[in-house]
Design a protein around this ligand. Structure first.
Ligand code: NAD
Ligand code: UDP
Ligand code: UDP
Length: 319
């Protein structure tokens, strides 16, 4: 017999997943972390292993999984463009077969299930800021489509399982999030710029740096994720999850160089195809429903992240 809530976190060893596991353990739950370590390593969750309420299973969610749980957070999926374009077919399989398996599991055990969707469902958006009712502007055959269309199809599956089988779903659209435990070599802009600055290597700006992103610190995002999951009002999203403060990539580069007191120079590289020109969430729904507001300003979150990467470099323990 189980009295404690048992929560499954897929992708639990990843950047966001490891912070989520930590938060759920702190709430007193039993946490089952499922991961195939495609873009992560055990080091992200090593500190959780001594906790008797924490368990880790090496498993690829494109294959069926039979467990008894009360809640599922489906985060498993490579998230950085370099990682998700490395094996695009596997990325789409993870998004779609993974979603079907986790939805099948949720259906069998009657578990509530959260999907980590993405602002990429909006593609290169033609409205700004992006509201949840915007249908998006995605190139269905471009290099990013393995991820964008995979995540769009996963959203469709979540709503079909809700309508057809009465599943209790939550769909959150995550915008760019950063913080400690991002992979140092995953190619995302925040990790790239900080690693380059700390090593006094050139800061690689793709294009002229005028494209924008809105960066959310991991603690703020995880707080909203749990609030949303715990909402029993019947609201299932989609919900924009991110920080609406928008910066150009050039602003970000300059801020990182300043904060690290780096001698790095800026080096302009070619802009990848289909790179969205602007991105900023409209977070009115999160504000109204949960009174949620990001607490970390960019320089505060960057300070935490810089100190994490500095330690990695000092210990020489990154691949
Ligand atoms: P991450 O790469 O650090 O974590 C993803 C985790 O999923 C890794 O531990 C990886 O090994 C695991 N994984 C990948 N494929 C798997 C599979 N088939 N089976 C089991 N495990 C698998 O990325 P993250 O930033 O922590 O992202 C987590 C989730 O949030 C992803 O679904 C991503 O699409 C979504 N998201 C993240 C952001 C962001 O800015 N960080 C933005 C939008 C959406
Ligand atoms: N599934 C799973 N774990 C479970 C139940 C189902 O991994 O506990 C997988 C199973 O492989 C199935 C998929 O989820 O293919 C979808 O399940 P569903 O019940 O919707 O469909 P069906 O079993 O009818 O194909
Ligand atoms: N970018 C950059 N230099 C880098 C890595 C990324 O200029 O070294 C740019 C990238 O072209 C994009 C933005 O930063 O415009 C955010 O890229 P990231 O890969 O972090 O996320 P996404 O494009 O998925 O928002």
């Amino acid at each position: 017999m189980h009295l404690r809530k048992r929560v499954l976190v897929t992708g639990g060893a990843g950047f966001l997943g490891s912070h989520l596991c930590e938060r759920l353990l702190a709430k007193g739950y039993e946490v089952l972390c499922v991961d195939n370590f495609f873009t992560s390593s055990r080091s992200n969750i090593e500190h959780l292993l001594p906790n008797p309420r924490f368990e880790i299973i090496r498993h690829d969610i494109t294959f069926p999984l039979y467990l008894e749980v009360d809640e599922i957070y489906n985060l498993a999926c490579p998230a950085s463009p370099i990682h998700y374009q490395f094996d695009p077919v596997q990325t789409t399989k993870t998004c779609i077969h993974g979603a079907i398996n986790m939805l099948g599991l949720a259906k069998r055990v009657k578990a509530k299930i959260f999907q980590a969707s993405t602002s990429e469902v909006y593609g290169d958006p033609t409205i700004h800021p992006q509201t949840e009712d915007y249908w998006g502007h995605v190139n269905p055959i471009g290099l990013r489509s393995c991820y964008d269309e995979g995540k769009r199809c996963a959203e469709s599956l979540f709503f079909s399982y809700q309508r057809q089988h009465g599943l209790d779903i939550r769909v959150g659209r995550l915008f760019n999030t950063y913080g400690p435990r991002m992979h140092p070599n995953d190619g995302r802009v925040v990790s790239n710029f900080i690693m380059q600055a700390l090593q006094n290597r050139p800061i690689t700006i793709y294009g002229d740096g005028s494209q924008t992103r809105s960066f959310c610190y991991v603690d703020d995002l995880i707080k909203l994720m749990v609030l949303f999951m715990e909402d029993e009002s019947g609201f299932c999203g989609p919900l924009n999850m991110g920080n609406p403060r928008e910066f150009t990539i050039l602003d970000l580069a300059q801020q990182v160089v300043k904060m690290t007191e780096s001698s790095s120079e800026i080096s302009f590289k070619q802009l990848p195809t289909d790179d969205p020109k602007q991105r900023k969430p409209d977070i009115a729904i999160a504000r109204e429903r949960y009174g949620w507001e990001p607490q970390f300003r960019l320089h505060e979150g960057l300070a935490q992240t810089i100190s994490y990467f500095r330690k990695l470099l000092e210990n020489d323990d990154y691949q």
